[in-house]
Design a protein around this ligand. Structure first.
Ligand SMILES: *Cc1c(COP(=O)(O)O)cnc(C)c1O
Length: 370
């Protein structure tokens, strides 16, 4: 080969990126370890499967797959705008809400521009910032919770974007309305605040704010939601954001024309009407969350109270070892090493029998008395 090394051809900031480590797929574990009855509680997916109404809509539309999707997702946007009480111009759809994070960063962060977030939060914020040569800065947690006053104080003239996740992945904690309103009032008006609400459906504390109530045409606030968690459509890749029309218009110019596929569009429309499925999901998650927490207390393990569909648990050994030992028991969880917690694991709530199996496996792996 007589061309210059590829390392000299790509943009230099790409060398800094550590690729995102997704939760181990069940199929992979089965292949590697010959396990046939493994369970996955690693990626905060819906334990009930996909919304049945979404599945039916997909089946009804399979025969249209030779057609390109509607580039503007007209019907889905109409439905969502009714659902949210916003105008379609205030919406952006993405191939998962991950894509909308990427659009926001590409639209707003120049080379060397700063993105601010918290430590121990969703890894995509820093990864996508690095991908455009932006500078990612984070504010430490305060007593394991997102420190909104700290975030407001950390804003500099270079800050373009603030990402906040509520409830926060991986801590599961949520901030409350008063803290949020004080924060909003204190950030400069030219700064875009993104509130990622991937887990907001699972919150049951009425004091937890919802971005929807604060979105306005004259405020640079974007709310992000996804069909991946509460609606069980993670494999289909669809999420949405809402914010001021002018900003959404720019994001729409930046996205690929067919970023949301046909099946995702029809499935999301059906999922929005599937209130029964959403109710069942919330019930399974909230009762499972309470059950796991009771068991953790009985075992004397410390964990953070969660408003999400997962729990962050402290262990007395390197989290990676616990993760590996749990894999051998056929239970896939996540070591939180890459999130900056060397001695914490994260487990998402599964079906009741999966939760019990998790507790049994953890008891055995940590050598606790059951
Ligand atoms: C799961 C998750 C999302 C949603 O990702 P999708 O791309 O919509 O599947 C967004 N933000 C956080 C913090 C998440 O954990």
């Amino acid at each position: 080969m007589n061309f210059p090394g590829i390392d000299n051809l790509v943009q230099p900031h790409l060398a800094q990126i550590t690729p995102y480590q997704a939760g181990k797929p069940l199929e992979e574990l089965a292949r590697e370890m010959g396990l046939t009855d493994a369970i996955k509680l690693a990626s905060n997916e819906n334990p009930l499967g996909p919304s049945p109404l979404a599945l039916a809509a997909i089946q009804d539309n399979l025969h249209t797959l030779h057609r390109y999707p509607d580039s503007h997702a007209y019907y889905l946007k109409e439905d969502l705008s009714r659902h949210l009480g916003l105008s379609p111009s205030q919406l952006i759809l993405g191939n998962g809400s991950d894509e909308i994070l990427d659009l926001l960063i590409r639209a707003l962060v120049p080379l060397g521009g700063e993105v601010l977030s918290t430590d121990h939060t969703f890894l995509m914020y820093s990864l996508l910032t690095q991908a455009v040569g932006g500078v990612f800065r984070f504010v430490p947690l305060k007593e394991m919770r997102v420190d909104l006053p700290g975030l407001a104080r950390a804003v500099t003239a270079q800050t373009r974007l603030i990402f906040i996740n509520n409830p926060n992945n991986p801590t599961g904690t949520a901030f409350l309305r008063q803290e949020w309103e004080e924060f909003l009032a204190s950030v400069p008006p030219h700064l875009t605040v993104v509130l990622d609400e991937a887990y907001i459906d699972f919150a049951d504390d009425p004091r937890v704010p919802q971005s929807l109530a604060y979105v306005a045409e004259d405020r640079l606030l974007v709310g992000l939601r996804t069909f991946s968690k509460a609606y069980g459509l993670a494999g289909l890749r669809i999420g949405y954001g809402f914010g001021p029309s002018k900003l959404m218009d720019y994001l729409n110019r930046l996205r690929l024309p067919f970023n949301v596929n046909r099946l995702a569009q029809v499935a999301a429309r059906a999922a929005l009407t599937d209130t029964l499925f959403l109710e069942r999901t919330l019930k399974v998650v909230r009762s499972g969350r309470a059950m796991i927490c009771r068991e953790l207390e009985r075992l004397g393990l410390s964990y953070l109270p969660s408003q999400a569909n997962f729990i962050l648990i402290q262990v007395d050994r390197p989290a990676r070892e616990v993760y590996e030992a749990m894999l051998k028991e056929g239970v896939i969880i996540r070591s939180m090493e890459e999130y900056g917690f060397s001695h914490h694991i994260r487990v998402n709530v599964g079906l009741p029998e999966e939760n019990q199996r998790f507790v049994r496996a953890l008891t055995k792996v940590l050598g606790l008395k059951g």
